[in-house]
Design a protein. Structure first.
Length: 148
């Protein structure tokens, strides 16, 4: 993990229950911090070394889990009234660092695939997808060094 924590962002360790015929990987329970309701769940993939950045949701809370592969997430807080204004936060999630990253609305996010195999994330969002509720920015519009 890198950077300073960002106000409202939650990292929750998750359980993996080993089973000889295939493991069970928990994602979220309605009783856990970070659960803000259910709108939709979807999977996204990112190829090795590719970057998908930047997006900021106006109303959506993201709950991100990586059940396969390895993905680096970078968050940026440009909320003027936030105690963590101007801070970056980064974390690498995988089955070996199995956690849920909860990102509240108003935070810029991006991610990069780090595994040569399938890099798969699950987002359990509190609202259904609405193309008008998110802002996008080009990768170079936020000053973060992805190490390219």
């Amino acid at each position: 993990m890198g950077g300073i924590r960002i106000d409202g962002v939650i990292l929750t360790p998750l359980k993996i229950i080993p089973h000889p015929q295939g493991d069970v990987l928990h994602a979220i329970k309605s009783s856990e911090p970070g659960f803000a309701g259910f709108g939709e769940a979807y999977f996204s993939t990112v190829k090795n070394r590719e970057i998908k950045a930047w997006k900021r949701h106006k109303r959506m809370t993201l709950n991100l889990v990586v059940p396969s592969g390895c993905i680096k997430f970078v968050l940026y807080d440009d909320r003027r009234n936030s105690s963590t204004y101007g801070n970056f936060f980064e974390v690498i999630l995988s089955k070996h660092n199995y956690m849920r990253l909860t990102v509240p609305s108003g935070i810029w996010s991006g991610f990069q695939g780090l595994d040569t195999n399938l890099n798969l994330l699950l987002n359990i969002a509190n609202i259904e997808h609405d193309p008008t509720e998110a802002d996008s920015a080009a990768i170079d519009e936020i000053a973060y060094d992805w190490g390219l």
